[in-house]
Design a binder for this molecule. Structure first.
Ligand SMILES: Cc1cc2nc3c(=O)[nH]c(=O)nc-3n(C[C@H](O)[C@H](O)[C@H](O)COP(=O)(O)OP(=O)(O)OC[C@H]3O[C@@H](n4cnc5c(N)ncnc54)[C@H](O)[C@@H]3O)c2cc1C
Length: 534
C-alpha cells in the first residue's frame, strides 16, 4: 500500500443531515427550491418503503435497464443492492432525500447553490448503472441527469483549441449510448460503451471508457474534445485542452460525480470502416465430456498472442468464449493470424460471424444491437488489470493463473485492452497509468478469483468502471500515481467537498463523522481528567 495523506480541504463528514433540524432546510425552503426547478421537478424520495415496488424490474426483461434508469424519480439503481449502503442488501438504505430532475443548466445550478447554502452533500446520477453505488447517498441531494436536455448533433469541421476536427458529436449530460449511436448511424464510427443503456457522458466516460474499438482509437476519454460542466460553486465552465485544462485532465479518468456535473461532451468521430463481430464458445467444456483441454489451449493462444495483438482486434473474452470485433472485411479476417489460431483449436462453435460496413452494422445496427440485462441483486463484480510486461515476461505464469481460475470459480468476463490506448502518456489523463500499460482487464464475480489476482498482481490496479464495491486500498488501486494530483484538483475545484460519493476522489464516509466525534469525546474526557487531577 502506498502511503499518502488525503489533502482535501474538508476532511471530515460534517454535512447537514435530515436528522439535524438545526441546519436541515424547512419545508418552506425546499418549496422555494422547487419553485426554481424547471417544471417544479424536485422530488422528495426519502420514503424508501415503496422502493422494491417502484424499482422492480425483472432481470429477464431485456428492457429492464431502460425502465430502471427512467423511473422512480431518480431513486432506482440497476443493481438493487446499491440502493443500500455499500451495495449490501442487509445494510441501511442509501437513497438521497431529494432529487432534482434536471432538464436545464439552471436546475443544476439552483440545486448546487441550495446544497452549498445548507451544507448538504450532492450526488449525481444518470442511469444508476454504477456497480458500487457511487450515484447514491443517504441524506444527499441528488442531481438526476437522465432527463436533461438532449443534443445529438453532428458538427462538421469543428474548431477547438486551434485544431479542426472533421466531425464531432455533442452528447447531452444525461444521454445514453443508444441515443449517441443512433445519432451517428453508419455515417461515422464512434468509440463508445458496449451496453446501450450506459450513459455516454457520465460515469462510463469519467471512469476512462472502455470500448470494443479502444484498441483501435483509444479509450473514451481519448475522444473528448471538450466537456461542459457545472462546478461546485455553481458556475458553468468548459474544460478542454486550452480551457481549464486541469479540470479537463481530472474528468478524463478521475471518476464521475466528484468534480462537477457534466452537461455535455463533444466527442471526436472517425470515418466508418468495415468491422466483423465474431462470437464463439468452446464446446468440449460442456457436459457430457467436461474436458478442459481446449480451454487450456485457448488460454495458451490468448496469452501468447497478447503481446502482438493487431490493433484491429478488440472486445471481450471469457475462459470458454470470445466476443470479438475485428476492423476489416470478412476476407481479411479469414487470413488473420489470431483468427486462424482460434479456428484451429477445434471444438469451436461460431455463435455469430457477421462482417459489415461498420461496427454498428456488424452488431446488427443501432436498432437491433443487444444490451446487457440488469437489475440483479448481489452483483459482485471486481476487476484487475494485467500489465503487458507481466504477460510478456511471464507467459507461463499468466497461463497458470488462468488455468487455476478454470477450476476455482470460472466465472469471468474480460476485455482485451492495449493497442492505441498505450499511445497516450500515462500522466496525460487521470485514469490509472496501468490502463495505459495493460493488455487485459479481467473481471470476476467470485471473491476467490479476484483475491488470486490481487495476490499475484498486487500493484497492477483495478479497472475503475468495473471495480469491486469494497476494493481494498481503493484510492491507489483506482488511480495509482495520478491519485495525488486528483486530490489536489479536488481541493481546487470542490474545496467544500460538495460532491461526495462512494469511493470517488475526496470521498468522506459518514463513519468519519463518528470517528471525529469519538476523538472529540476522547479529547474532552482527557481534558476533564487532567483538570480534575490538578
Ligand atoms: C450493462 C452495462 C454495460 C457496461 N459496459 C461498459 C463498457 O462497455 N465499457 C466500460 O468502460 N464500462 C462499462 N460498464 C460500466 C460503466 O462504465 C459503469 O457502471 C459506470 O459507472 C456507469 O456510468 P453511468 O453514468 O451510466 O451510471 P451512474 O450510476 O448514473 O453514474 C456512475 C458515476 O458517474 C457519475 N455521473 C453520472 N452522470 C454524471 C454526469 N452527468 N456528470 C457527472 N457525474 C456523473 C455518478 O455520480 C457516479 O459516480 C457497463 C456497465 C453496465 C451495467
Amino acid at each position: 500500500m502506498v502511503g499518502f495523506t488525503a489533502i482535501s480541504a474538508k476532511d471530515k463528514f460534517d454535512y447537514c443531515l435530515p436528522s439535524n433540524s438545526s441546519c436541515w432546510p424547512s419545508q418552506a425552503q425546499w418549496s422555494e427550491l422547487k419553485s426554481k426547478i424547471s417544471g417544479g421537478k424536485l422530488h422528495d424520495i426519502s420514503d424508501n418503503s415503496e422502493y422494491n415496488k417502484i424499482c422492480d424490474a425483472s432481470s429477464v426483461d431485456p428492457s429492464a435497464a431502460y425502465t430502471l434508469e427512467d423511473k422512480g424519480e431518480g431513486r432506482c439503481m440497476q443493481y438493487h443492492d446499491c440502493s443500500k449502503e455499500k451495495c449490501d442488501d442487509k445494510a441501511g438504505w442509501n437513497i438521497p432525500e431529494y432529487s432534482v430532475e434536471a432538464s436545464e443548466e439552471t436546475d443544476i445550478i439552483e440545486a448546487i447553490k441550495f446544497a452549498n447554502e445548507y451544507n448538504i452533500q450532492v450526488v449525481v446520477k444518470t442511469t444508476g448503472h454504477n456497480y458500487a453505488g457511487a450515484s447514491m447517498g443517504d441524506g444527499a441531494l441528488l442531481v438526476w441527469m437522465r432527463h436533461f436536455k438532449k443534443y445529438g448533433d453532428i458538427i462538421k469541421a469543428y474548431e477547438k483549441c486551434s485544431e479542426t476536427y472533421d466531425a464531432v458529436l455533442k452528447v447531452g449530460g444525461g444521454q445514453i449510448w443508444e441515443e449517441a449511436y443512433k445519432a451517428v448511424g453508419n455515417d461515422y464510427h464512434m468509440v463508445g460503451g458496449g451496453g446501450l443503456t450506459v450513459s455516454a457522458a457520465g460515469g462510463w466516460l469519467n471512469g476512462g471508457g472502455l470500448s470494443a474499438s479502444a484498441r483501435l482509437y483509444g479509450m473514451g476519454i481519448d475522444q473528448v474534445v471538450e466537456f461542459e460542466v457545472i462546478t461546485a460553486d455553481g458556475s458553468k465552465v468548459t474544460a478542454s485542452k486550452c480551457e481549464n485544462d486541469d479540470l479537463f485532465w481530472a474528468l478524463r479518468g478521475g471518476g464521475g460525480g466528484s468534480f462537477g456535473v457534466t452537461t455535455s461532451v463533444h466527442y471526436k468521430l472517425h470515418a466508418t470502416k468495415p468491422f466483423c463481430e465474431i462470437i464463439f464458445t468452446i464446446t468440449d467444456f460442456y457436459e457430457p465430456t467436461w474436458d478442459t483441454k481446449t480451454l487450456v489451449k485457448w488460454i495458451g493462444v490468448l496469452v501468447d498472442s497478447a503481446p502482438t495483438f493487431d490493433q484491429k482486434w478488440g472486445g471481450y473474452w471469457t475462459l470458454n468464449s470470445g466476443i470479438f470485433y475485428y476492423q476489416g472485411t470478412d476476407e481479411e479476417l479469414k487470413k488473420d493470424e489470431f483468427l486462424i489460431k482460434i479456428a484451429s483449436l477445434g471444438y469451436i462453435k461460431w455463435d455469430r460471424w457477421n462482417c459489415a460496413e461498420s461496427y454498428f452494422a456488424a452488431r446488427g445496427g443501432p436498432e437491433n444491437m443487444s444490451t446487457d440485462q440488469t437489475s440483479q441483486k448481489e452483483f459482485n463484480i471486481a476487476s484487475r488489470l494485467v500489465p503487458m510486461s507481466f504477460v510478456e515476461n511471464n507467459p507461463e505464469k499468466m497461463k497458470e493463473i488462468l488455468v487455476w481460475m478454470i477450476s476455482n470459480g470460472f466465472y469471468t468476463f474480460n476485455y482485451i485492452i492495449g493497442g492505441k490506448m498505450m499511445d497516450v502518456a500515462a500522466d496525460a489523463t487521470a485514469v490509472h497509468p496501468a490502463m495505459r500499460e495493460s493488455v487485459f482487464q479481467i473481471e470476476t464475480f467470485d471473491e476467490r478469483l479476484i483475491q488470486k489476482l490481487r495476490d499475484e498482481l498486487p500493484d497492477s490496479g483495478a479497472g475503475f468502471n468495473h471495480a469491486a464495491k469494497n476494493e481494498p486500498d481503493w484510492e491507489n488501486q483506482f488511480w495509482g500515481r495520478n491519485r495525488e494530483r486528483l486530490e489536489t484538483l479536488k481541493e481546487k475545484w470542490d474545496p467544500e467537498n460538495r460532491f461526495n460519493c462512494w469511493h470517488c476522489v475526496g470521498y468522506l464516509a459518514k463513519s468519519d463523522a463518528g470517528s471525529v466525534s469519538f476523538s472529540l469525546i476522547f479529547y474532552l474526557t482527557t481534558l476533564v481528567i487532567l483538570l480534575c487531577s490538578h
